[in-house]
Design a protein around this ligand. Structure first.
Ligand code: ZN
Length: 192
């Protein structure tokens, strides 16, 4: 398992709700935490590791053994309130940061690995993380939400990621869009 970089097609996959949690999925989640910590991240969505699960993990401390580890399955963000512009980054666009406008407060609903339903009114960093990560599960990335000015400021960096991706494709390091879609669909059939 590895974190895929923009514009890998898995990042545009809109995931369907998970209907089944098994030991293999729990192992996958544990591996995702290892990858997230290794990359110094605070959130990681399943499609960032080329998997179709409607699931993301988070730990605001960003360090193993610190903070609290969250696994959110089938998350739903609702009741957005307020507006706030804050800098964001993404493990699928390493090194790229830009300010993003988002609702300041949201209601968040999800299930954990034990199948328990969680609902919370969130603000601050947690509100931002759950919106950023739930976006991933809908195939959306934070660079899609940039204002024209902020987009222009990071345009060259975004294009560099696109160039790197094309080169990796030419070197057969990345499967075709069709191969990626087929694999995701197969896993989806098993869990969704
Ligand atoms: Zn991200």
């Amino acid at each position: 398992m590895e974190i895929v970089n923009y514009p890998h097609p898995a990042l545009r996959h809109k995931s369907k709700p998970i209907r089944r949690v098994d030991a293999k999925l729990k192992e996958t989640v544990a591996e995702m935490f290892e990858l997230m910590y290794a990359a110094n991240g605070i959130g990681l969505a399943a499609n960032q590791v080329d998997l179709p699960f409607r699931l993301f993990i988070a730990n605001l401390a960003g360090k193993k053994g610190e903070g609290e580890e969250y696994v959110f399955i089938n998350p739903v963000v609702s009741k957005p309130k307020g507006n706030e512009e804050k800098e964001e980054g993404c493990l699928s666009l390493p090194g790229l940061y830009a300010p993003v406008k988002r609702p300041e407060r949201v209601t968040f609903n999800a299930y954990n690995l034990q199948g328990e339903e969680l609902t919370a009114d969130l603000d601050g960093m947690m509100a931002r993380v759950v919106q950023h990560e739930t976006d991933h599960l809908d195939g959306k990335m934070f660079i899609d939400r940039l204002s024209a000015t902020h987009d222009l400021a990071v345009r060259a960096e975004i294009e560099q990621f696109e160039d790197d991706f094309l080169h990796a494709r030419e070197n057969n390091e990345i499967p075709s869009d069709e191969q990626v879609a087929k694999r995701l669909a197969e896993i989806e059939q098993e869990y969704c």
